[in-house]
Design a protein around this ligand. Sequence first.
Ligand SMILES: Nc1ncnc2c1ncn2[C@@H]1O[C@H](COP(=O)(O)OP(=O)(O)OP(=O)(O)O)[C@@H](O)[C@H]1O
Ligand SMILES: [Mg+2]
Length: 270
Amino acid sequence: MADSRCSATRNPFTHTETPAVSVAIEDLSKSFGKLEVLKHVSFQVEPGEIFVLMGPSGSGKSVLLKHIVGLELPSGGRVTVDGRDAAAAETREQIRLALVFQAGALFNSMTVYNNLALYLREHRVADEAGIREKVMRALQILSLEAAAEKYPSELSGGMKKRVAIARALVMEPQLMLYDEPTSELDPVMAATISEIIATLKDQYHVTTIVVSHDRDLALNIADRVGILMGGQLVFLGTRDELRASADPRVVDFLNPKIDLANPRFKQLET
Ligand SMILES: Nc1ncnc2c1ncn2[C@@H]1O[C@H](COP(=O)(O)OP(=O)(O)OP(=O)(O)O)[C@@H](O)[C@H]1O
Ligand SMILES: [Mg+2]
């Protein structure tokens, strides 16, 4: 296992350093009743790297991510964060990890400011003045200062995604997990979010796992990429290896063609 002490997360708020963590997925299987969603998946994410997990809809990406934060338990195999069982409550006490949910999961009844302050208040991280400083710093990093007093319903999709990232950032995470951070965004905003993810990783050296369909995101910011299909890892490699892959499953996934004669297209019967 990689030595997690070899690299550190520079905390954007306290400017102290905490070690970046590794994540190990070892022979992970997961079934819901008869549905086998993950089948013997293994890979390791090194401290401070950006790992992008790709794959078609329904291939098990979000389910895998939930195992890393302990929201799902393996049917077989194990998931460890920095060598500790991801499902154990102590792990979440010892390691700060933040998940940016697929749909943002903001509280609609609260302003952006209060969405960010919530975690800090609940964990009594600082007094109100200290919380204000941390929240405004996170909003500034994501160019969202002007949105502090707005409600989520008043924001565009891209702003909501950035608020969700800012909310994760105030937790001062050692591990950042993103589920589809660029979905539903126009290509320019998607590129901006990719740049933000890469910048946060470069500046704070936080270990980053991104679940995404976004080919441009993977090819631009990933240190390594995994592709899940039918619950199995069919590709694991760097983004250069991804570009060079001749595996037809990988090529077809990255370059889908629209073919109306393809059996994927089934005419609705009346
Ligand atoms: N709690 C659950 N109970 C039963 N089945 C589930 C549960 N969670 C996920 N599944 C099933 O597991 C499969 C994989 O779901 P998952 O959400 O991981 O897909 P995904 O790869 O993230 O897809 P998308 O790209 O559309 O987000 C799907 O068939 C889904 O219906
Ligand atoms: Mg998903």
